[in-house]
Design a protein. Structure first.
Length: 365
């Protein structure tokens, strides 16, 4: 059996990594190819395209690199056709992935190749019309959150809630160390934007909380960018996955770019501040069309600000440093956030089962 998995982000690389381990456990003679990052490569995938090539994020930013985007699409399509798989699984990255599978619908029709998608596009937040598009292009959808199913079953797409892999086998360190970690994002363009706005808060925190250890958690492809930007500040940079996980678990607080990393921090019950900024044109479009009040899933889930968010114009040194100080010095504020994180984490799995195993069992049912 030949399977293609396409995962173009750090978060989807993690999901793909767990999925590959489960697939190989189930079928010893399975052949898996596709696109992934260092975690997927550690379990045998030789990525067709380095994951750093997918560094662009945001509507305007993609438009600036449209030629590169279509070259990547062409390469992936050609390699899919050459591989002639039995199954294609795309993970997250809806804007790229639906365009990939749209190009190979003839394989689905003529060769009975199945195409599954893992991590539903956030149609409940914006661009709800994507639910119908995905329902026409895919044979099955695997969702992280139960409430998402209704958006796709409405269009007769078989949809299965599997829970969130991040929350499987959660080990929480209750006694945190004096560590403040900063996570500016996973793509170079967002790292540059977010870290530049984090730096004033980092400098202020280094001065006031000089008994703490400071870390920036990033990736190999962006390490040089980060080193240049911090310009000799006394802050450690980590790119190794296991070391980053260890530091996150032990951190007293974290300041993180909006994204799936906030779920990891939630899992580890690390009091967190979510920040984000982007190109002003992307910002305008998001403000016009996004339907939800919050960026963080825990805030969306409870419909209130459990984790403080400073997005766009509110992402300032004054706001961020004030909240850093509060989370360090106010025990009640810290404990309230931790309590809500614990409650949220307990609701993110289906009967405490491994989501990757659920997907694999569904594939071979």
């Amino acid at each position: 059996m030949k399977v293609i998995i396409i995962a173009t982000e750090a978060s989807s690389d993690y999901l793909g990594f767990n999925l590959i381990k489960s697939l190989k456990k189930k079928k010893k003679n399975i052949v898996i190819k596709g696109v992934g990052g260092p975690l997927m490569e550690s379990v045998g995938i030789k990525s067709w395209i380095p994951i750093k090539e997918f560094n662009t994020i945001g509507i305007f930013e993609v438009l600036l690199r449209i030629n590169k985007f279509y070259k990547i699409l062409n390469k992936i399509e050609n390699l899919i056709r050459h591989t002639n798989p039995n199954l294609i699984i795309t993970i997250d990255s809806p804007s790229l992935n639906y365009r990939v599978v749209k190009r190979v619908q003839d394989l689905r029709a003529n060769k009975n190749i199945k195409i599954f998608h893992y991590v539903a596009p956030t149609v409940w937040a914006w661009k709800e019309y994507r639910a119908k598009i995905f329902s026409n292009l895919y044979d099955k959808m695997f969702t992280l959150f139960k409430f998402e199913n209704k958006y796709f079953t409405k269009y007769k797409l078989p949809t299965e809630y599997v829970g969130h892999q991040i929350f499987f086998k959660n080990k929480v360190i209750k006694e945190k160390k004096k560590i403040i970690c900063f996570l500016p994002g996973s793509r170079n363009v967002e790292i540059k934007k977010n870290l530049s706005k984090m730096l004033p808060s980092i400098e202020e925190s280094l001065s006031k909380f000089n008994d703490f250890d400071f870390y920036i958690l990033t990736f190999d492809h962006s390490k040089k960018i980060v080193e240049k930007m911090i310009n000799g500040l006394k802050i450690k940079i980590l790119t190794d996955f296991e070391k980053k996980q260890s530091v996150m678990k032990e951190s007293f607080i974290a300041i993180a770019a909006s994204g799936s990393v906030s779920l990891e921090l939630c899992k580890f019950q690390v009091p967190t501040i979510v920040v984000y900024d982007t190109h002003f044109i992307t910002k305008i479009i998001l403000k016009l069309f996004v339907k939800v009040k919050f960026a963080s899933l825990i805030n969306i889930f409870y419909d209130k600000e459990v984790i403080p968010e400073f997005l766009f114009e509110r992402f300032t040194k004054i706001n961020v440093f004030k909240k850093i100080t509060e989370l360090i010095e106010n025990k009640n504020v810290r404990n309230n956030q931790i309590r809500m994180m614990r409650d949220f984490s307990n609701k993110m799995l289906l009967k405490k089962k491994n989501p990757a195993h659920i997907i694999v069992d569904s594939i071979f049912k």
